[in-house]
Design a protein around this ligand. Sequence first.
Ligand code: NDP
Ligand code: GDR
Length: 371
Amino acid sequence: MKKKALITGITGQDGAYLTELLLEKGYEVHGIKRRSSQFNTDRIDHLYQGPEVENRSLVLHYGDLTDSTNLIRIIQQVQPDEIYNLGAMSHVQVSFDVPEYTANADGIGTLRILEAIRILGLQDKTRIYQASTSELYGLVQAVPQSETTPFYPRSPYAVAKMYAYWITVNYREAYGMYACNGILFNHESPLRGETFVTRKITRGVAKIGLGLQDMLYLGNLDARRDWGHAKDYVEAMYLILQQPSPSDFVIATGITTPVREFVKLAFAEIGVEIGFSGTGVDEKGFVVYCNNPDYQLEIGREVVAVDPKYFRPTEVDLLVGDPTKSNQLLNWKPKYDLQMLVSEMVEADVELFKKDQLLKESGYVIKNQYE
Ligand code: NDP
Ligand code: GDR
């Protein structure tokens, strides 16, 4: 019998990589996708199985974390061995605009999953992974941040995730469920949502290089993050659910980098050296050197500027994780370093936008998408 996994948030970055991983491991994967006015399965379309496939191992269900009855019905029908609760309104800045919805989906959504398991009497069968986050640490209490560092959430997103964290711990202790938190630090990839800072930068670099965009506008360049690759991090999610007993784990690289440095690394990938001058909202990034014959970026040209609209009401300044527990107990170590991550992301975005460049050269008007 194949093991069955149910993934909420299957259409997101992590959902896509985790689906690939579990299919490779021989799982039957069920995913919950939301109804949308446009196609929203781009990241998993390559895994689609048509009616010609006998015993399809990837099945999608319409659903939503804000709808208890829907979740109970899907879990009853699937009878999963493992649930990966990845679904969330996952953008920190947007959570300040939609705090109530964020609490509902990211906080109460987790409760709905746990309650569904209890109502259906699946607590001895179904293992649950909760997508917890380094945002829980928020205002710096200590570095590096480990499983025992106190939380101090700094956004409606982080506060909602804090509820989800503790309700997961509580159901484990109260009902003996195999329910675990993965406290994952930032992880990125070519599949990263376009409005998170790393992808925004790699897209911007590709488009500026190809002559499709003039400037890259960013917010807080001083923020520091512990960035890893999503492919490594979904491995950790899987490992967390394969242990003899349930526990919570920090997943991180242990290295932190400022946003400004990420910008420099990304431009360096296309042969452009960037310098910065000015401070705060007046800081600018300009071309110091360009050794790429394909790109016409003159020395001194400004390509990065600060737009205060991206500043957050309360910011998380410094994240750096201590992955000792996951290194030791899960035997988990990331295969990618930051340089490899940046290279892969920039290369993917350059390939993506070469199509637009061709269209532009052929006289088509290229529609830009702004945040
Ligand atoms: P994404 O934003 O790429 O994906 C989020 C997924 O959740 C999408 O499939 C989205 O659907 C779905 N979703 C959103 N709202 C609902 C809802 N109400 N009901 C059901 N599904 C919903 O996030 P990531 O893949 O990057 O992250 C996965 C999880 O891990 C999230 O919970 C995130 O908060 C958490 N996390 C992420 C980290 C990171 O660095 N990436 C670090 C730590 C934690 P749709 O496609 O329709 O929008
Ligand atoms: P984060 O990721 O908030 O850490 O949450 P994001 O990439 O949005 O921001 C990282 C840092 O970069 C600064 N920043 C900008 N951010 C965005 N989005 N856009 C900008 O233009 C910009 N300029 C500077 C931010 O202020 C911040 O300090 C991500 C999400 O995936 C969460 O779901 C997850 O829980 C955490 O990572 C761990």
